[in-house]
Design a protein around this ligand. Structure first.
Ligand SMILES: [Mg+2]
Length: 176
């Protein structure tokens, strides 16, 4: 399978298990023990597989970008920095509105055509919007039991996250 020229990740419920504008309380800070906490002292975590997934893309030479429609722009950027993820992302498009805008800007900035982008997101509305541009996509969503439907020769996948994030990680790896 041909590798994508750009892998684009949503943030909320794709890289971390919360909405940054609703469930946590910015600003964030990193304690001396390396733990990231919000203003109230609540510990903030990524999905544990995320750094390994991003490392894998980097090892394959596939650039990675972020596309988020959160209104908590500063908080989201701060988390990318505190989790030491900034180094992975060649572009960050973080602002409210349809992700069509985010992707048009990514195309302008990177020169990568939509058809060679691979998009990871947990919300169907974003998948629907962006897939109309011709991107390939991977829909990550929760359901009680693991399931996957896809064409074997395509990166277009409908993936149920299921009860195990480890399982989801192995699925991501099977895509690339
Ligand atoms: Mg999301």
């Amino acid at each position: 399978m041909e590798l994508p020229k750009l892998a684009v990740f949503d943030l909320d419920y794709t890289l971390w298990p919360f909405w940054v504008d609703t469930h946590v309380d910015p600003p964030f800070h990193k304690s001396s023990d390396g733990t990231v906490r919000d203003r109230r002292g609540q510990t903030i975590r990524l999905y544990p597989e995320v750094p390994e997934v991003l490392d894998r893309f980097r090892g394959l030479g596939v650039p990675v970008a972020a596309a988020s429609r959160t209104g908590e722009i500063e908080g989201a950027k701060q988390l990318l920095e505190l989790f030491d993820l900034d180094r992975y992302f060649v572009q960050r498009e973080i602002y409210p509105g349809s992700k069509v805008t985010h992707f048009e800007r990514l195309r302008q900035k990177t020169g990568v055509p939509f058809s060679q982008m691979l998009f990871f997101d947990d919300e169907k509305r974003n998948i629907v919007d962006v897939s109309k541009l011709g991107t390939e996509w991977c829909y990550l969503h929760s359901c009680p039991e693991w399931n996957e439907s896809s064409s074997p020769n395509s990166r277009i996948r409908d993936i149920c996250k299921g009860p195990s994030w480890t399982l989801r990680f192995s699925l991501w790896m099977s895509l690339i």
